[in-house]
Design a protein around this ligand. Structure first.
Ligand code: FES
Length: 592
């Protein structure tokens, strides 16, 4: 290639191009395909935007370039694809001067943030994994803040699906995890969140907007109305009531209190999903800004009013009527909280958790009431609940059916959601009555933990606790990381994964490195919905306890759950890798 004049480089003579039909120009840039067709000269990236196959091996007919790998077709003049899954081919400026062809070997965009934002919208709208991956990578390279990318995907999720879904939940869980992740995992986290949003919205009806009422009743009346609409399963009325609370200027904590009070009118509704999703919608707004509340929160109302409560299930009614027991305990809560010894800090979280793992439901509820009387706040109860539920996972007996992991998972993510909800309500609102209705979620969670007691018969041993030997395991941070990733590469490594977590923490290595390894293990897999919930709730609860015995047990639970669900095909990881290499200008087909 000749030396450049300005930004252009000489690609060859027009006569040579006419004779050959196409030329490939190599250099420090990506290989560039120069094509003569219909009396015009075109220059494009020679790497197919789909998977990098050399386009000079393709064919051109009537202005359409066809790649011969998966037959993606492209408009030669613009590079735009006719096959959306293949993505557009980047083109570059070309000029013919005195019979010589000059190209400017740059595929940059005048406004990269805008370009990649538009491409993310395209990828989400058509559920195109490769386009989503490139758009996320492109936005990060253009220094678009992660919060902006999350906001774009989250608002797409709530507008393009008639109700909050698992895509928005995964996106929010990964958004919550971002601060705990090494920077190199940010791309995979955002890509996985956005692709799951796209898949969740694919083929779904869009949400229809509803308006607040023209009047502005006070919050207590709105709460009564919302509970009534939920009881009679009247979604539209529920949405308008909630929107009216927002229009009245209700604070985020007051809105949360409103929703959690209603959602706990039914016990453990929809297996815990209803409350879990409401909590995630609130967390989504923490990430993207509460100014989007009117777009996000109404999306949870449909599921909330239609959710089936545990009171409709046999297990909660016989042989012990757990719903009646919860009802009696809930009726005592207002007085118990009003008369509790709140002046003394209450710190018996771990002891209460052990009591919650008992096998007498009346005794369990009694322990909760005693804790309230002794000064435990609703959020304190939530913290104990979440740790008790984590122990169900950490001590899950592998003789159980594989599907039982999900029972343990549901209880844990529900308990974490209750805890986060009670913290949210309690943090900003001084009034004692706030959060007391929502505290019924603790009672329901405690009964769900009780019902899941069979999962720990016999209980798996907790590695790192008294007497368990870990000396034969690796001891450096890097060796433990490699051993963990190796364990996740193979099936049935549940106990080894837990032991390696214990090894890392009992040696005093930094928890951040371990969390980074667990996150990497998750993000490289085609993980199921529950795995994202597990790690996010686990990291959140580890943050409550820090590097203590309890914190270790929680991360053991995370590692054991992930190990039980690994490995997978890792197809999404391959897509992410292809997108990254294409954007970095790398060759994907080396035999060329
Ligand atoms: S269509 Fe070109 S690589 Fe797949």
């Amino acid at each position: 290639m000749d030396m450049p004049t300005s930004d252009f480089v000489r690609a060859g003579s027009l006569a040579e191009l006419k004779a050959k039909g196409r030329l490939v120009v190599h250099g420090r840039h990506s290989p560039i395909l120069v094509i003569y067709d219909g009396g015009r000269v075109f220059a494009l990236d020679n790497r197919c935007p789909h998977m990098g196959f050399p386009l000079d091996r393709g064919s051109v007919e009537d202005g359409i370039l066809t790649c011969h790998w998966h037959h993606g077709r492209f408009d030669l003049a613009s590079g735009c694809t006719f096959d959306l899954w293949a993505d557009d081919v980047p083109t570059c400026p070309v000029e013919v001067r005195d019979g010589e062809i000059w190209i400017k070997p740059s595929f940059g965009h005048a406004d990269p943030s805008r370009h990649w934002r538009r491409r993310l919208d395209d990828g989400l709208a058509h559920n195109l994994g490769l386009v989503i991956a490139k758009a996320v990578r492109g936005q990060l390279t253009a220094d678009v803040p992660t919060r902006e990318i999350l906001r774009q995907a989250a608002l797409f999720a709530v507008r393009n699906r008639d109700g909050w879904g698992i895509g928005a939940t995964i996106l929010t869980a990964l958004g919550n995890l971002l601060p705990a992740l090494p920077e190199e995992e940010t791309y995979l986290a955002l890509f996985n969140g956005a692709r799951r949003v796209a898949a969740d919205c694919d083929g779904e009806a869009r949400r229809r907007e509803r308006a607040p009422l023209a009047s502005r009743p006070d919050l207590s009346k709105l709460q009564r109305w919302l509970r009534h609409w939920s009881a009679v399963r009247h979604r539209e009325a529920g949405e308008r009531t909630l929107l009216t609370a927002m229009a009245s200027g209700a604070s985020p904590a007051a809105l949360a209190d409103l929703l959690f009070a209603v959602s706990t009118d039914r016990a453990f509704a929809d297996g815990g999903h209803s409350l879990d999703f409401i909590n995630k919608a609130c967390e989504c707004l923490d990430l993207i800004g509460w100014e989007h509340a009117s777009a996000v929160l109404p999306s949870v109302v449909g599921q909330m009013v239609s959710a089936r409560g545990a009171e409709e299930t046999t297990a909660w009614r016989h042989p012990v009527d757990l719903v009646a027991l919860c009802g009696q305990a809930a009726a005592e809560l207002p007085d118990l909280f009003a008369n509790s010894r709140r002046s003394e800090p209450w710190s018996h979280h771990a002891e209460l958790s052990r009591a919650l793992l008992g096998d007498d439901p009346s005794g369990i509820l009694q322990a909760l009431k005693a804790a309230v009387a002794a000064g435990a706040s609703p959020a304190d109860l939530g913290r104990s609940l979440a740790y008790a539920a984590a122990l169900r996972v950490a001590q899950f007996g592998t003789a159980n059916e594989h599907g039982d992991w999900e029972t343990a998972l549901h209880v844990f993510t529900y308990a974490n959601a209750v805890h986060q909800a009670l913290k949210r309500i309690g943090r900003a609102e001084a009034e004692q009555h706030r959060g007391i209705k929502a505290a019924r979620g603790v009672l329901h969670g405690a009964m769900a933990i009780y019902l899941a007691r069979y999962l720990n018969v016999p209980p798996a041993r907790l590695p790192g606790d008294d007497g368990s030997r870990l000396d034969d395991l690796p001891d450096t941070v890097e060796d433990i990381r490699l051993a963990l990733l190796d364990a996740f590469d193979r099936q049935r490594q549940v106990d080894r994964a837990g032991q390696l977590v214990a090894r890392h923490l009992t040696l005093g290595h930094p928890p951040d490195a371990l969390i980074g390894t667990l996150a990497h293990a998750l993000l490289r897999e085609d993980a199921g919905f529950h795995a994202y919930q597990m790690i996010e709730a686990g990291v959140r609860q580890f943050g409550e306890w820090g590097n203590t015995d309890q914190g270790r047990h929680i991360l053991i639970a995370v590692a054991r759950y992930l190990a039980a669900h690994s490995p997978t095909e890792r197809a999404a990881l391959q897509t992410a890798d292809i997108a990254q290499r294409l954007l970095r200008g790398g060759e994907l087909h080396h035999e060329t």
